[in-house]
Design a protein around this ligand. Sequence first.
Ligand code: DC
Length: 252
Amino acid sequence: MFRSADLFSSKTLQTMFKTPMVIAIDGPTASGKGTLAARLAKRLDFGYMDTGALYRGVAKTALDAGLDPSKKQDAVKAAKILLEKYTPAIQDDPAIRSEAVSRGASEVAAVPEVRNILHDIQVKFAKEGSGVKHEARLNGVVLDGRDIGTVICPDAHIKFFIDAKAEVRAERRASQLEQKGQKVDRAQIMKDLQIRDGRDTSRNVAPTLPAEDAFIIDTSSLDSNEVLARALDIVRGYLVGARAAAKAKTDA
Ligand code: DC
């Protein structure tokens, strides 16, 4: 099994990178970015933040409080409430994955004030990997979302943009719901996905777009093992290059 430690010890990684190494993963709904991010973090023994969970948390907070996520003031109010009670465990709460919360998350994510409120939690995690310790310091972090490589971590060491055709993503979403025992209307799922894609890519602030220096992986015809293998190849290549550059600097 490849882990960063198979290639370099923690000590070497910590000498090469003065702060935790940052891997940014962006992409649209059901592209496979979340699965890749979680598996990559596990394999590399890095910390992981699913930033979509923050926007989902805001939407759920709004719905629970009887607020309307599509109204700007309500969305901002909910983001402030969430910030007060935020814990990283939110990303494991199944209640944030419902269709109502998904729709609301896309609405609150289009509000610039909401994005500002959630900005610092993400940057802090990228810098410190808050809450996760690896020996003296965490070796690295993986964050997934829509604007990680462009806005939250523009200096990330490696950026990925994970994409797939809309029909493939809608089918994945339908299968996930069926596996949970839910009845699915495929035409409706496709329609919801297109609405959310439209809102996420056309909004004025931090639209879902690949960073110029992102590695783009189209997962339409790949399974999650193949996606992970491609990403790990890129990480390996990056680490080998970074080590050579560090050595050249020491030798000079
Ligand atoms: O990745 P996800 O489906 O859990 O994201 C939920 C919503 O939040 C989605 O509509 C896009 C938005 N989002 C965002 O705007 N920026 C992020 N960094 C993460 C998610």
